[in-house]
Design a protein around this ligand. Structure first.
Ligand code: HEM
Length: 217
């Protein structure tokens, strides 16, 4: 057990935790998006039913607790690794110049911080103020949030956060595979293609909802 804890706090252990938690969060995004897409059918009856089922199935509370744990692990490790990196960097080398490096990789901590800020507002708005408050009309809550929320700016904040998510995923998804040792000249192009496709399609599909509700509802 001691060796395992030592491994977890080693720099490679921390990177592997970042990668595994990143995969779990990517899986969550696909699940969350699938549930969200039901909002486009009818006048929200199906979406409200889905939200009702998701909030009443007890086993999902365990998955939610695990989700919080993985988010926390991912965020704490990211800031800690960044701190170690800054400490190890020689003084006067303020700008990281890495030629041939994907620019998205240099701003991971900033795009990650935007996503974190988005999540704080997002969970307060839908999870705390609607679900935990016992309101069963999640559809109206989402529609109003994007139509008029924050004096009409909430939809734009959401779309901007989704753009940050896209940049975060371009590098994050590829790097998660590489950390687990999947770097090979035969597979790397496929992994890169998968990462780019995921990073573009998933945030773009999420962004359909704020745009749809703000402009067309
Ligand atoms: C822009 C489109 C999005 C919409 C319309 C949306 C909508 C919602 C709604 C209605 C809930 C409450 C669900 C319930 O408790 O029944 C929720 C929860 C949540 N959302 Fe989103 N969401 C969007 C994007 C995102 C993104 C991009 C992320 C992650 C980066 C995210 C992360 C979460 C988390 C962690 C929760 C709490 C856990 C849960 O209830 O499953 N959401 N969202």
């Amino acid at each position: 057990m001691k060796w395992f804890l030592q491994f977890l706090v080693s720099s490679i252990g921390r990177k592997i935790l970042m990668s595994l938690s990143g995969f779990v969060l990517m899986f969550f995004l696909v699940f969350h998006l699938s549930a969200n897409m039901t909002i486009l059918r009818g006048n929200g009856e199906l979406f409200n039913q889905v939200a009702q089922v998701l909030s009443s199935v007890h086993v999902l509370r365990i998955l939610e607790a695990l989700l919080v744990l993985f988010f926390a692990l991912h965020i704490v490790q990211a800031y800690y690794l960044r701190y170690l990196e800054a400490k190890a960097r020689p003084k006067g080398y303020a700008m990281r110049k890495q030629f041939g490096t994907n620019p998205a990789s240099l701003i991971m901590i900033y795009t990650g911080s935007i996503i974190l800020l988005f999540l704080v507002f997002h969970i307060k708005m839908f999870f705390v103020d609607v679900r935990m408050a016992g309101n069963h009309d999640m559809y109206s809550a989402v529609r109003d949030a994007f139509k008029t929320g924050w004096n009409g700016w909430h939809w734009l904040f959401t779309v901007a956060s989704l753009a940050a998510l896209s940049f975060h995923l371009v590098h994050g998804a590829e790097s998660a595979f590489q950390t687990l040792g999947l770097r090979h000249k035969k597979y790397t192009p496929f992994i890169r293609l998968f990462a780019i496709t995921f990073a573009v399609l998933i945030p773009a599909a999420f962004a359909v909802l704020p745009v749809y509700f703000h402009f067309f509802k």
